[in-house]
Design a protein around this ligand. Structure first.
Ligand code: ADP
Length: 169
C-alpha cells in the first residue's frame, strides 16, 4: 500500500514522478489546477494533449478515466490527466470520482512512477464537497493494488488542507 502524505501548497511546485491534473474532458486546458499546470509546464503539455485527442479521444476523455503526457517544464516526469465528475446533489457520482484516483494510479503503474501527487479532484470548479472528496480519495488509494510507493495529496488552501488532515487514515 502506498504511503500517504499531505501538503498544503501548489501542485505545480512538487517534485514527484507524476503530477495528477484535474482536467476536463476536452484535454485542452481550463481553470484551477489545469490552468496552473499548463501555465507552468509550458506548451509541450498542451501539444501532447492535442495529439492524444486527435489519436484516441476525439469525443474527449471520458469522466473517471486517466491518461499521461509529458510534464513539460514541471519537476516531474509525467502529468496524468484525469476527468473528475461534476458534483450532483441528486445523483451519486462517487464511483466516478473513485475511478479517477484508481485509474490515475493504474496509469502511474504502467509508467513505473513511484511517487504521485494528487490534487483534490472535483472539489474546485466541479463543486464536490471537500470532506467527501477526501473520504473517497483515501478509501480508493488505500484499496488500490499499486506499485506507487508515495502518494502526496496537495491541498491548495488551509481549509482544504485541514479537511484532508482531519480525515487522514
Ligand atoms: P475540478 O474542476 O476537478 O473541481 P479545480 O482545478 O477547479 O478542479 O479544483 C480542484 C482542487 O484543486 C480545488 O480544491 C482547488 O482549490 C485546488 N487547486 C487549484 N489550484 C491548485 C494548485 N495550483 N495546486 C493544488 N491545488 C489546486
Amino acid at each position: 500500500m502506498a504511503n500517504l502524505t499531505l501538503v498544503q501548497g501548489d501542485i505545480t511546485a512538487q517534485s514527484v514522478d507524476a503530477i495528477v491534473n484535474a482536467a476536463n474532458s476536452s484535454l485542452l486546458g481550463g481553470g484551477g489546477v489545469d490552468g496552473a499546470i499548463h501555465r507552468k509546464g509550458g506548451p509541450e503539455i498542451l501539444e501532447a494533449c492535442r495529439a492524444l485527442r486527435a489519436s484516441h479521444y476525439g469525443k474527449g476523455l471520458p469522466t473517471g478515466r486517466a491518461v499521461a503526457t509529458t510534464a513539460g517544464r514541471l519537476d516531474a516526469r509525467w502529468v496524468i490527466h484525469t476527468v473528475g465528475p461534476v458534483w450532483s446533489a441528486t445523483e451519486d457520482r462517487s464511483g466516478l470520482l473513485a475511478s479517477c484516483y484508481r485509474e490515475s494510479l493504474a496509469v502511474a503503474d504502467e509508467l513505473g512512477a513511484r511517487s504521485v501527487a494528487f490534487p483534490a479532484i472535483s472539489t474546485g470548479i466541479y463543486g464536490w464537497p471537500m470532506d467527501d472528496g477526501a473520504r473517497i480519495a483515501y478509501e480508493t488509494v488505500q484499496a488500490a493494488r499499486t506499485g506507487v510507493e508515495g502518494v502526496r495529496f496537495v491541498l491548495f488552501d488551509e481549509r482544504s488542507y485541514e479537511t484532508f488532515a482531519a480525515r487522514l487514515p
